[in-house]
Design a protein around this ligand. Structure first.
Ligand code: BEZ
Ligand code: FE
Length: 293
């Protein structure tokens, strides 16, 4: 690329300052800070890449397509934020590392309010196909004190990689909630998570293909834990050995959230006497909550 003359640089820099100055009267200081920073970073991107007018038009067409496919059931802007790592970065900033508190990760689009109460020892699978998975552990604060009565929400895709809401009927499977007992312990049945692709039939999928990226999410179980006086934890458990742990399409994997799955042969008795005909598995997941901010 040819050298940019001093005169050209000055013109470009002057434009940035004019746009920033246009926001000087913004009454809310935080809004002003955000729009000024956005202006500076956007112009820095345009100037650094020497963006062509055709490329800017393509970018606008892309965002227009993201808007057009978005409706009550599909939020392509969130998906875009996810694959750009913006969702995960916002979560990282807002769930600051605190002692040994369990790390947070992406919420994702498949949580549904009003999940069934399955209770301790219940089965969140609710008939979803998959290998039975026994999940047990504790919820404590960062001093190791058990958190009694913590509400644990669980949701997951089935063995076909689909959440109940993706079936287009009224089934409620792969989700439920329970509470920790008087020693902060919990246990429930689920199905062993398997990897699945994020929705990739829209503009975000096009972006992934154009950049030779995979739409696959590493297999995971979603957990949300809420308790009085504690920071709400939204996290996942990732079974170790999954082929997508290093290339999760939404950058949700944290090493500390990877757990070993203990595979069981069909004749091994289950912890609660449930009769399981095929193989089953178990995992231990101890969750540590930071204090509420
Ligand atoms: C999920 O974990 O369910 C998910 C997260 C981000 C985008 C799509 C799906
Ligand atoms: Fe998920």
């Amino acid at each position: 690329m040819s050298e940019i003359s001093a005169e050209q640089r000055e013109r470009e820099a002057a434009l940035v300052e004019r746009v920033v100055a246009s926001f000087a009267g913004t009454p809310d200081p935080r809004t002003r800070e955000l729009v000024e920073a956005l202006t500076r970073h956007l112009h820095a991107f345009l100037r650094e890449t020497r963006l062509t007018e055709n490329e800017w038009k393509r970018a606008i067409d892309f965002l227009t397509a993201v808007g057009h496919i978005t409706d009550d059931r599909r939020q392509e802007f969130i998906l875009l934020s996810d694959v750009l790592g913006a969702s995960m970065q916002t979560i990282t900033i807002n769930n600051e590392a605190y002692a040994n508190a369990t790390e947070a990760t992406v919420f994702g689009p498949f949580f549904v309010e009003g999940s069934p109460h399955v209770g301790l020892g219940g089965d969140v699978a609710g008939g979803a196909p998959g290998e039975p998975l026994w999940v047990e552990g504790t919820v404590t604060d960062t001093d190791g004190t058990p958190v009694v009565g913590a509400r644990i929400e669980v949701w997951e895709a089935d063995a076909d990689g689909l959440y109940d809401v993706q079936y287009g009927d009224d089934r409620v499977t792969g989700r439920g909630h329970l509470h920790t007992d008087d020693q902060g312990r919990y246990h429930f049945w689920a199905v062993t998570p398997t990897p699945y692709p994020i929705p990739d039939d829209g503009p975000v999928g096009e972006l992934l293909r154009a950049t030779a990226r995979s739409p696959m999410r590493a297999s995971h179980l979603h957990l949300m834990v809420e308790a009085e006086g504690c920071r709400t934890l939204v996290t996942h458990v990732f079974p170790s050995g999954d082929a997508h742990l290093d290339s999760d399409s939404v950058f949700g994997v944290r090493d500390s959230l990877i757990v070993d799955v203990d595979q069981q042969i069909p004749t091994t008795p289950t912890p609660d006497g449930r009769v399981v005909t095929g193989p089953w598995a178990r995992i231990d997941v101890d969750l540590v909550l930071a204090p509420a901010p």
